[in-house]
Design a binder for this molecule. Sequence first.
Ligand SMILES: [Zn+2]
Length: 182
Amino acid sequence: MHFCTEVWLPKKPANARDVIDAVFDGHSEKDNGGYQFYDWYQIGGRWMNNHDPRYNPDKDPRNKEKCPFCNGTGVPKSMGKFEFKRIHAKDPKPVKPKRDCPQCKGTGKATKWPTNWRVLDFVVIEQDKAPKKMTSYYLAVADEEDNLSKLVKLDEDKDTVASKLKELGLKNGFLVTVDCHS
Ligand SMILES: [Zn+2]
């Protein structure tokens, strides 16, 4: 399953990717010991807008590509019998297909797979600037040396990232959104 992990860092990372790699190092399912909580991860991904819910990755033109199901035509490859007859008639007339490609709804454009979504700057945010009601599956806490010091599962019925940080007494840090799989 995919799950969102918010990673708390005590200071702003110069390079978020390097720091997250360091924090996650030693905690994969293949490792001996550690938290063994993932087999794959990427910064942002499916939760790219966790820090800014106004942003819709699905609507960002930079996350679009030619629809692979209709090859960008907007018309489904398998046409209905009606269209087939018209096209193979002796005097074929241009015919507007009755159905649009169900994948792209006739636009010819599809949203890229989340692994190829753009990683935007707000994937790293000061903890106080994160949405108050923001949640995640895990909260991962890193120390000054970029080691994972704590991994906390949030209770989806009552915890928010902010309430959990308060409970743990963590202040003035930064949060990085990570899409994880296990
Ligand atoms: Zn399509």
